[in-house]
Each structure stands twice: as C-alpha cells, then as structure tokens.
Design a protein around this ligand. Sequence first.
Ligand code: GDP
Length: 139
Amino acid sequence: MTERTFSIIKPDATKRNLTGKVNAVIEDAGLRIVAQKRIRMSRAQAEKFYDVHAARPFFGELVDFMMSAPVVVQVLEGPNAVAKYREVMGATNPADAAPGTIRKLFAESVGENSVHGSDSQENAKLEIAQFFTDDEIVG
Ligand code: GDP
C-alpha cells in the first residue's frame, strides 16, 4: 500500500554535508522524496516534535542537538513507507544498525544518529502536518 512517512536529516548529517548521500540511500531503497525543505528548528518546534520523550533524561540534550544546525525535513512516499524507512534507517544506536542502513553508514552515536523516521502511520500524519502544508507535498 502506498504510504507517506516523515523524515528528518538531523544536524550531525547536515553539518557533514551528507544530505545528498542520505537522499541517495532513500531513493535507492525505492522511496520517493515528495516534499523537502532545509530549516533551522526553533526550541518550540523541537520540544513539540519530541514531546513524547519529555520525561527522558536525554530530552534537553536532544532538543539542543536538533537546534544546533539546520535540518532537512522530508515527506517520503512509497509502498509501506513507514516500515520501509525504519528498515532503511537502521537501529537507533548505530552500533546495533544493520550494514547498509543510513545509521550504520553515517551516524555518530545513539543521540547524533543522522535521521528520524516516523514509527507509525498515525505519527507520520501528525509529524508531516507539523512541518508541511498539503500544497507543499507534490507526489
Ligand atoms: P528512533 O525512533 O530510532 O529515532 O528512536 P527513539 O524514538 O527511541 O529516540 C528518539 C531520538 O532520541 C533518537 O533518534 C536519538 O536522537 C535520541 N536518543 C535516544 N536515546 C538517546 C540517548 O540515550 N541519549 C541521547 N543523547 N539521545 C538519545
């Protein structure tokens, strides 16, 4: 089933000029980038986005990291896009990520792990709506 998921290329990757390399892995996996923009996240945006982790000890560090350099927010489309992109990203900790995944290839640590991808269709819809209007998504 054709689905959409939400992706972020995180500051550790944009800082190292890896946007194109990450996008190549995404496109080679059969996912289509149907919306994309480079933004500087505000504290309010980062706190809202990671609200589910607000009680975790790393929350402050995570919000500061997401504001530390530009990010690229994206909408990806394809068959089973949510699960497919989670597979393409690899495990949260790059040490546990499978060969060929974005995090195995590029991530620096469990915190600075190069990409975000939605974990459910429901969250994908909410996350896409936080950063994109319908007319910015061109399938
Ligand atoms: P994901 O869905 O694979 O991104 O993983 P989670 O939802 O568990 O965590 C969200 C994000 O929080 C991760 O992608 C990391 O950027 C960050 N994070 C998770 N665990 C840690 C941690 O132990 N330390 C720090 N600094 N960041 C973490």
